[in-house]
Design a protein around this ligand. Structure first.
Ligand code: SAM
Length: 250
């Protein structure tokens, strides 16, 4: 899968493509990461990429002619690529979207805005999709592009090491993942749940399902409206409820 990022700060992204899991995936050629400096498409001697907004007001707006030239240059070599504009006004990014991109797309192109954003005329005709990484405003689209690339790339077969499985991750089945423990067995007076050292795989599986549903109930109950509780999960929660009632003496 190829990721191309159009940005005024390519050095932010270039570094990201050389480190950690993403860096290894690039080395193994499971993914390719490229940056395009939008400033290279400016035509005056000052390399101007922004201008004052029509109608007045503060802040600057990224010029449409420069952005169009940058997008066209990428489209020339990858005509079927999907162009995504990073914007707080876009549709919210989530794990489902990450899976869709990892399965359905081959070339993703990210346009990173700066200043007050981009000239409105680029939205129509040059951009296939507008995506936001959350209801807050950052100074540029680079972090948003890296968030998306990171979460999509790790879903591509081979990118995560053999044992790590993205299928079990939080949100994949509209639940949070179960709790994790590692050595030492005892840490500052707190032990690891006994079942995890029992070697009984079925009991461990049941404990993990129970941990997952309880954590979802406490931290993200909204996920139950995306995927209804199944019988097993209802059983886990009602048993838990009984234990709490016993504890408080009801
Ligand atoms: N004036 C714009 C608005 O209120 O909608 C915000 C512009 S923001 C300061 C500059 C750039 O940062 C945007 O063009 C976009 O590329 C990026 N950006 C900021 N917040 C973002 C978010 N939550 N998701 C995706 N991109 C974001």
């Amino acid at each position: 899968m190829n990721f191309t990022v159009l940005t005024l700060f390519p050095e932010f992204i270039d570094f990201f493509f050389t480190r950690g899991v993403i860096g290894k995936a690039v080395e193994k050629r499971l993914i390719a990461g490229k940056t395009v400096n939008i400033r290279d498409f400016a035509h005056d001697r000052h390399k101007t990429v922004d201008d004052r907004p029509y109608g007045g007001g503060c802040g600057m707006v990224m010029k449409p002619d420069i952005l169009a030239a940058a997008i066209r240059s990428v489209k020339k070599t990858a005509p079927d690529s999907k162009v995504i504009l990073m914007t707080p006004q876009g549709s919210p990014f989530d794990q489902k979207k990450a899976w869709d991109f990892s399965r359905e797309e081959k070339d993703l192109v990210f346009v990173c805005g700066r200043y007050e954003g981009i000239d409105e005329r680029i939205r129509n005709g040059f951009v296939d999709e507008e995506i936001s990484i959350g209801d807050y405003v950052m100074t540029g689209g680079e972090l948003a592009a890296m968030v998306i690339i990171d979460s999509v790339a790790r879903l591509i077969p081979g990118v995560l090491g053999g044992c790590e499985s993205a299928e079990m991750d939080s949100f994949t089945g509209d639940r949070l993942e179960h709790a994790h423990y590692t050595r030492p067995f005892e840490f500052e007076g707190k032990d690891v749940p006994e079942v995890l050292i029992s070697g009984d795989h079925e009991k461990i599986r049941q404990w993990r399902t129970s941990s997952s549903v309880k954590r979802t109930f406490i931290k993200r109950p909204d996920l139950f409206s995306k995927k209804k509780l199944d019988l097993k999960e209802k059983e886990i929660l009602s048993k838990w409820c009984q234990q709490i009632e016993q504890l408080i003496g009801k």
